[in-house]
Design a protein around this ligand. Sequence first.
Ligand SMILES: Nc1ncnc2c1ncn2[C@@H]1O[C@H](COP(=O)(O)OP(=O)(O)OP(=O)(O)O)[C@@H](O)[C@H]1O
Length: 306
Amino acid sequence: MGARPPVPGGRCGLDGTVNLIERPTAATIETHGLRKHYGRTLAVNDLTFTVVPGRVTGFVGPNGAGKSTTMRMILGLDTPDEGRALVGGRPYRGLRTPLRHVGALLDANALHPARRACDHLLWMAHSNGIPARRVDEVLDQVGLATVARRRAGAFSLGMKQRLGIAAALLGDAPVLMFDEPVNGLDPEGIRWICGLLRGLAAQGRAVLVSSHLMSELEDTADHLIVIGRGRLLADTSVRDLRAQASGGRAQASGGRAQASGERAQAPGAQTQASGERHGLEQISLEEAYLRLTRDATEYTATEDGT
Ligand SMILES: Nc1ncnc2c1ncn2[C@@H]1O[C@H](COP(=O)(O)OP(=O)(O)OP(=O)(O)O)[C@@H](O)[C@H]1O
């Protein structure tokens, strides 16, 4: 079925729907034994995890760990050498109207620079049987309503991120996936997206989000998939990861541990049951993450940067 071109009228100029009936998928992402090489680089190595509905799952790992590759395989943009990825129990490539099943932002620059923001979204909506009124709704939701008719190529990185998020929201999908969505966003924008992610999960959607900003994830994610060198290092709740790392710190407490304990006292830090049990101050999620991934970090700078 071909996409219909936009017509003038209204803020984004359209009202029309292409109806494609397809059974909605469940709100899950599953990977089973995913493996992917690029030449001699083993980017993803026997990766199995499930993202469940109703919570924000952070997808974290050092640079080059394989997060983007995994997300591309989930979206059928890369083919695994082994294993499979399913969205709502089905392979992405088998979905006729994929935006209705999974909304994703992988690369904010993946847009036609000469196309107006609203037209970019209208084409996506048409090809996925999504009512055109959703375009105005999502532009409002991401704060781009006033620049809807501007060419996307002239957008700043932060504006492109918002447009990418709008595209992900377009299909009202039960599964959402964002690859470093806070890149380029200002502090207000970062706060906004953290709230948005929590809200989407509270509606019962499965939300998978990669980020290097552990402090933001600490307040946003309920669960973490941690990978390093393509392998699964942890599939754990945020609470358990911090509690476990804090337990480990008890054997090696010192000045550094004291410092991280102080940080955990900051507003917003969660009280951890096991920490209280052992009479420990909790370390931050960032510290827990660094401990977990220190042997799986490929690219580290020397201390003085030389
Ligand atoms: N198209 C490609 N061709 C060759 N190698 C690739 C390609 N895409 C990824 N890789 C390699 O695969 C590995 C995993 O990369 P990937 O981008 O998935 O990691 P990442 O966890 O998303 O990293 P970052 O946090 O830095 O974005 C890296 O060694 C990377 O160089």
